[in-house]
Design a protein around this ligand. Structure first.
Ligand code: FPP
Length: 243
C-alpha cells in the first residue's frame, strides 16, 4: 500500500517515538535464492516506505537500527555493501527529507565509519538541523551498553571536576547524558522477523516502552504493517509501574 494512503489507527493513542529493529533482510533474500545484499536493498526500500508512512501517521520520531556495533562481525563484503547502501540512501533521500521538513539525526559511534561517510552524515545533519521535524534517527555503529558507558564516563568526569555533585547523578542526569536527550521518550519498540531480543538497542530508553515483535520480514514491512503496529500500541494499557 502506498505510504500516503496509510490509515490512521481508529482507536488509539499515537506513539510520539517509535523505534524499529529492522531484522530479516537475509532471510527475505534466502527465501528467494538471492544474495543477502538483495535483501538489504529491499530493506532500504522499506526504510523509505516506512519513514514516509510514519510521517503521514504523525509520528514525531522514528528511530531505525541500521548498523549495530556488533554488525562488524559480519563478512567484510556484507559490511561494505551495507555502507554502500547507506551512502546511496543519504545521497538520494536528502532532498526529500529537506523538502518535507524532516530532521535527520544519527546516533551511535558513527565517527568511526569511513571519513567520506562521516562527512555525508555531518552534511545531512547540518542541512536538516533547522527543520521543524518530524525526526528520522538512524542508529549507526550503535550499541546501547556503549552509549550508557559513555554517559557514565561523562557524568563521572563532571563529578571529578566538581561541576556536579555525585548525588546529582540520577535517572534524569543519565537521560540527559544519552544521545537521545533531545528526543521524546520511546513509546514503542518494534522488532521484525519474529526474533524476540533487544540486541543492545536503546536499552535504557526502552524501560517503559511497549515492545512489539512481529513476524513480518523487514523488506516486507510497509505503511499497513506500521499502522497495524500503532493500532496494537493504542490498545495496550500503559501503567508505568502504577495500577
Ligand atoms: C538485519 O537483517 C538488518 C541489518 C543488520 C541491516 C539493516 C539495514 C538496512 C535495512 C539497510 C540500510 C539502512 C538504511 C537506513 C539506509 P539481517 O541481515 O540480520 O537478516 P537475517 O537475520 O534474516 O539474516
Amino acid at each position: 500500500m502506498a505510504a500516503n494512503a496509510a490509515p490512521l489507527p481508529a482507536d488509539g493513542v499515537l506513539p510520539r517515538h517509535v523505534a524499529i529493529i529492522m531484522d530479516g533482510n537475509g532471510r527475505w533474500a534466502k527465501k528467494r535464492f538471492l544474495p543477502r545484499i538483495a535483501g538489504h536493498r529491499q530493506g532500504v526500500e522499506a526504510v523509505r516506505r516506512v519513514s514516509r508512512a510514519a510521517r503521514q501517521l504523525g509520528i514525531e520520531v522514528l528511530t531505525l537500527y541500521a548498523f549495530s556495533s556488533e554488525n562488524w562481525r559480519r563478512p567484510e563484503d556484507e559490511v561494505r555493501d551495507l555502507m554502500g547502501l547507506l551512502r546511496h540512501f543519504l545521497a538520494s533521500e536528502l532532498d526529500e527529507l529537506i523538502s518535507e521538513g524532516v530532521k535527520l539525526k544519527v546516533i551511535g559511534e558513527f565517527r568511526r565509519l569511513s571519513p567520506d561517510l562521516v562527512e555525508m552524515i555531518d552534511q545531512a545533519m547540518a542541512r536538516t538541523a533547522a527543520s521543524p521535524g518530524p525526526t528520522l534517527v538512524i542508529a549507526l555503529n550503535y550499541g546501547a551498553q556503549a552509549e550508557i558507558a559513555a554517559a557514565a564516563r561523562h557524568l563521572a568526569s563532571e563529578a571529578a571536576a566538581g561541576r556536579i555533585a555525585i548525588e546529582a547523578i540520577d535517572e534524569k542526569a543519565i537521560d540527559n547524558a544519552l544521545e537521545t536527550r533531545d528526543l521524546p521518550p520511546l513509546d514503542l519498540l518494534i522488532r521484525t522477523s519474529g526474533e524476540q531480543r533487544l540486541s543492545n538497542f536503546l536499552l535504557w530508553q526502552a524501560a517503559y516502552a511497549e515492545l512489539l515483535f512481529v513476524d513480518t520480514l523487514w523488506p516486507d514491512f510497509d505503511g499497513d504493517t506500521l499502522a497495524e503496529a500503532i493500532g496494537q500500541f493504542g490498545r495496550r494499557q500503559r501503567r508505568f509501574g502504577g495500577l
